[in-house]
Ligand binder design. Structure first.
Ligand SMILES: [Zn+2]
Length: 736
C-alpha cells in the first residue's frame, strides 16, 4: 500500500531549473506546470524497493583492518530519478551513518537525514528538506560498521590465530557492507578503493590498478571499475592469504584477450589450490565455446576462505569458496574431489548465467541455480570424459524425487514476497529438480537446438536482467519450438512428479498399442490427490523394431493418450528414452517382464530410470515384490549409477520385514544379487576401475556390510575403527 503526502514544494524540472510555484505564464500562451508532488512514500516497502530511483554507479571507499572489529566507508551512488523525491528508500543494515547528502549535477549539495525503518532487511530512508529533483544526482554516505561474525556481508573469520576478512552478499547481505539499492535488478559498475595494513592481500572484483603507501603506513589499493554487476556479486577478501599466480587464461577463438588468473588460500595452504587451478582454463574455454561468448570479466581470482556459509559464491571475477570446496590434498577422497570440481564448474558457469544475465527478482533465482547445476555437469563431462557426468543431471534429479514425492513438496518457481522466502529457494528442488528439468528439455529439443536458445539468451540480455518468461522465449526462439513453453511451465509451476501408467499390448503381430495415463506420483499412504494434476510432458518412448531401436517423441498434455506403434509389435518398450525425462512410469506386468528381459538393450540413462521406476512402483503399490526382485537382479549388473541407485532402498526393505526368516531371505537375495559384482570390483586393481566403478564399489561395500553376510569384513573394519580412535593403544590416523 502506498501513501503519498502531498505538500507544496519547490518543484524542479528535469533539466534542474528550479521553478517557484505551481504555474508560470509565457507571453499570451499559458503554460501550466502541474504541481507534481515529490515522491514521499511513508510505509517502508517490503519486498522490492519502490520504482523511481535507480542506481547507475557505485564508488566505494573502505578502510579495513582484519585485526579490528569495525570498518569505515564512504560510498557515492549515482542515481537517476523519474520524479522529484523528498524521500529515498534504500538498504542499510548494522551501519552507523555519520553523513548523507545528494549532490546535483550543478554542484548543489542537498543534506539528508538518515532513518532506519522498523521493516526487516535494513530498509532505510534518506529524507531531504529540499527534494532531489528528477534527473540525475549522486548520493554520498559516510558510515562505519562492525565486521559481521555470522558469515554474512563483510565478515571476519580467524584461522590459526590470524584474522581474515571475506564477503558473502547473496542474497541480501551487501547492505551490511555498503548502503545500497540491494536488489538483483539493479546492475551497475562498481569502483572500489580499499585501505588495509601492510601484510594483507586485498582482492575484489576489479583488477588492481594502483597501490599507494599512505602517510600512516597503511596501503591503499585502487581497483578497476567493473562491468555492470548486481550488488550481491560484489566481493572483497582481505588478509594474510597465500597467493598462487596462475599467469593468464590465454586468448582463444572466442576471446582475443588474455585473462589474468590467480588463486588465494588461507596462509600455508596455497599448494592445495593446484588441482582446481590446473583445470580452470579448460573449463572456461569449454564454457566460452558453449555460450559462444567470451568470459565476461577482466580477471579471474579463486579465493578459498577460512569460513564460509555455503559451498561457493560466483562473485564476478572473484569467486569465493569454502576451503573444503576448492582445496585438494592427498587425503581428499575421490567423491570429494568430484564434488570440488563440479562446484568449480558451477561457479564458472554462473559468470555467464547469473552474472552476465541476471534474474530480475528472487523468484527466478531457481533458474540461476538450476542452470549452473546443469552446465556444471556438461562441463565436467567435457573436461573429464567417461567419468559418468553425462548422467549426473539424471542421478541428481532422481535423488530429489523422494522429497518431491511428499504431499508438501514445493514447486520449482515460487513467489517471493518476503525476505524470509528467498533462502527457501536454495534447496534440492531448485538445484536437482531444476537441473533435471533443464536436462529433460535439452534431451527433447536436441543438444544443438537447446544450446542455440542459450546463446540467443546471452546475447539478448547481456549485462541485463531476465525472468523465466524471457528465458523460455529465448529457448523457444533459439530452438524454434514454441510449444515447449506450456510444457516448461507445467514443470516449474506445480510440485511433484508425473506418474505415467503405461499399458502396452499388441493387437496383431505387426502393430503395437501404447496407452498412457498420467497422474501425480504418490507412495502408498500419501495424502496426495494423485488425479489433481497433469503436465505437458516432453515424452520420449524407446521401442525395439525390425529396423533397430526407435524413439517416439511428442508433447503429451492429455490426461490419457494412445500411441499406436505401426509396422511392428516390439519385444519391449521403454517409456523414458535416454532416461532424461523427469517422470516415473509403471507398466502392465507383461510389459515389465519384456523390459526386464531386454535390460541389456537399455542405455545407462535408461537403466537409471528403470531402477527408479521399479523401486518407486513398489513403493506406490503398483509393482509386486517378485517383479521388483527380478528387476533388481538384472539391474545389479547394469551401469554403475543404475546398480547403485536402489541400494539405499534395501535397508528400508529390511526394516519393514517382520520375521527373521524373511530377513534371512533378503540377506540371501542381497548376497546372491550383489555379491558377485562386489567380488569382481574388489579383486580388480583400482587402475582397472572407472571412477564410477570405484564409487559403486564403496556403495556396495557399505550395503553388503550392513545387509549381507560379511562377518569377517565387519570384524576387520571394527578393529580398524578401534585402532583409529585409540581404544587400546594410541590413536592411529592411518588405520582407516
Ligand atoms: Zn550457484
Amino acid at each position: 500500500m502506498l501513501t503519498k503526502t502531498f505538500r507544496s514544494y519547490l518543484i524542479a524540472g528535469a533539466a534542474g531549473i528550479i521553478l517557484l510555484g505551481a504555474c508560470s505564464q509565457s507571453g499570451d500562451q499559458e503554460v501550466t506546470f502541474v504541481p507534481e508532488p515529490p515522491v514521499m512514500q511513508d510505509t517502508p516497502p517490503s519486498g522490492q524497493l519502490p520504482d523511481g530511483v535507480t542506481p547507475t554507479a557505485y564508488r566505494l571507499s573502505l578502510f579495513t583492518d582484519p585485526a579490528q572489529d569495525d570498518f569505515t566507508g564512504t560510498v557515492e551512488i549515482d542515481i537517476t530519478l523519474t520524479d522529484p523525491h523528498a524521500r529515498i528508500w534504500f538498504h542499510s543494515l548494522d551501519q552507523r551513518i555519520s553523513e548523507a547528502s545528494a549532490t546535483l549535477p550543478d554542484g548543489t549539495v542537498l543534506p539528508a537525514t538518515f532513518t532506519r525503518s522498523t521493516a526487516e532487511g535494513g530498509v532505510s530512508r534518506l529524507d531531504f528538506e529540499t527534494p532531489v529533483p528528477a534527473g540525475t544526482a549522486t548520493l554520498s554516505i559516510a558510515y562505519s560498521a562492525p565486521y559481521n561474525f555470522g558469515l554474512a556481508g563483510l565478515y571476519k573469520a580467524t584461522q590459526n590465530g590470524r584474522p581474515y576478512l571475506a564477503t558473502q552478499m547473496e542474497p541480501i547481505d551487501a547492505r551490511r557492507m555498503v548502503p545500497s539499492f540491494d536488489e538483483p535488478r539493479f546492475k551497475t559498475p562498481w569502483t572500489l578503493t580499499v585501505t588495509a595494513p601492510a601484510g594483507n592481500q586485498v582482492i575484489t572484483n576489479g583488477a588492481l590498478k594502483a597501490q599507494t603507501t599512505l602517510d600512516d603506513g597503511n596501503l591503499q589499493f585502487e581497483f578497476a571499475t567493473t562491468r555492470t554487476i548486481q550488488s550481491y556479486l560484489v566481493a572483497l577478501a582481505v588478509g594474510p592469504y597465500d597467493l598462487r599466480d596462475g599467469g593468464v587464461l590465454p586468448p582463444n577463438g572466442i576471446r582475443p584477450r588474455a585473462v589474468p588468473f590467480r588463486g588465494f588460500a588461507p596462509a600455508g595452504k596455497g599448494d592445495q589450490l593446484e588441482e582446481a587451478m590446473a583445470i580452470t582454463d579448460e573449463m572456461v574455454t569449454w564454457q566460452e565455446a558453449y555460450f559462444d561468448y567470451p568470459y565476461p570479466y577482466g580477471k579471474l581470482d579463486l579465493i578459498a576462505v577460512p569460513d564460509f556459509a555455503y559451498g561457493a559464491m560466483e562473485n564476478a571475477g572473484a569467486i569465493i569458496y569454502r576451503e573444503s570446496a576448492l582445496l585438494i590434498s592427498e587425503r581428499t577422497s575421490l567423491g570429494r574431489k568430484r564434488g570440488i570440481m563440479t562446484t568449480h564448474a558451477h561457479e564458472l558457469g554462473h559468470q555467464w548465467f547469473g552474472n552476465l544475465v541476471t534474474p530480475r527478482w528472487w523468484n527466478d533465482i531457481w533458474l540461476n541455480e538450476a542452470f549452473a547445476t546443469w552446465i556444471s555437469y556438461k562441463t565436467m563431462d567435457a573436461v573429464y570424459p567417461d567419468t559418468g557426468f553425462d548422467l549426473a543431471p539424471q542421478r541428481a534429479a532422481i535423488g530429489v524425487m523422494g522429497a518431491d514425492s511428499l504431499a508438501n513438496a514445493r514447486q520449482i518457481r515460487n513467489p517471493i514476497t518476503r525476505n524470509a522466502d528467498i533462502l527457501d529457494a536454495f534447496d534440492g528442488i531448485t538445484y536437482r529438480k531444476g537441473g533435471g528439468v533443464l536436462s529433460m528439455f535439452e534431451n527433447f529439443l536436441g543438444e544443438e537446438a537447446f544450446r542455440d536458445g542459450m546463446r540467443l539468451h546471452m546475447r539478448r540480455f547481456e549485462d541485463g536482467v531476465a525472468d523465466v518468461n524471457d528465458f523460455m522465449t529465448s529457448l523457444a526462439d533459439g530452438a524454434k519450438t514454441p510449444g515447449i513453453v506450456d510444457s516448461f511451465n507445467s514443470f516449474i509451476l506445480q510440485p511433484g512428479i508425473p506418474y505415467l501408467d503405461v499399458k502396452f499390448t499388441c493387437p496383431s503381430e505387426e502393430t503395437g498399442l501404447v496407452t498412457i495415463a498420467q497422474s501425480r506420483y504418490a507412495p502408498l499412504g500419501s495424502e496426495i490427490d494423485t488425479a489433481a494434476q497433469t503436465w505437458t510432458i516432453p515424452f520420449a518412448l524407446k521401442t525395439d523394431g525390425s529396423d533397430g531401436d526407435n524413439t517416439v517423441r511428442q508433447l503429451i498434455g492429455e490426461p490419457s493418450i494412445d500411441i499406436p506403434l505401426e509396422n511392428s509389435c516390439p519385444a519391449y518398450i521403454m517409456p523414458n528414452a535416454d532416461g532424461a525425462g523427469y517422470w516415473r512410469f509403471t507398466l502392465n506386468d507383461t510389459a515389465w517382464q519384456g523390459l526386464i528381459g531386454h535390460y541389456d538393450a537399455l542405455s545407462a540413462g535408461e537403466q537409471l530410470s528403470f531402477a527408479d521406476s521399479a523401486t518407486a512402483g513398489f513403493a506406490a503399490g503398483n509393482l509386486s515384490a517378485a517383479t521388483l526382485l527380478d528387476a533388481l537382479a538384472v539391474n545389479a549388473n547394469g551401469d554403475w549409477g543404475a546398480a547403485r541407485d536402489p541400494l539405499s532402498n534395501l535397508s528400508g526393505y529390511m526394516e519393514a520385514l517382520e520375521t527373521d526368516a524373511a530377513k534371512e531371505a533378503l540377506r540371501d537375495f542381497v548376497m546372491t544379487t550383489y555379491g558377485p559384482r562386489w567380488t569382481a570390483l574388489s579383486e580388480a586393481s583400482p587402475d582397472e576401475l572407472s571412477q564410477g566403478e570405484q564409487l559403486l564399489k564403496t556403495a556396495l561395500n557399505s550395503s553388503l556390510l550392513a545387509l549381507g553376510r560379511m562377518p569377517d569384513e565387519r570384524a576387520q573394519l571394527a578393529a580398524s575403527a578401534a585402532a583409529y580412535v585409540g581404544v587400546i593403544n594410541d590413536p592411529d590416523p592411518d588405520a582407516v
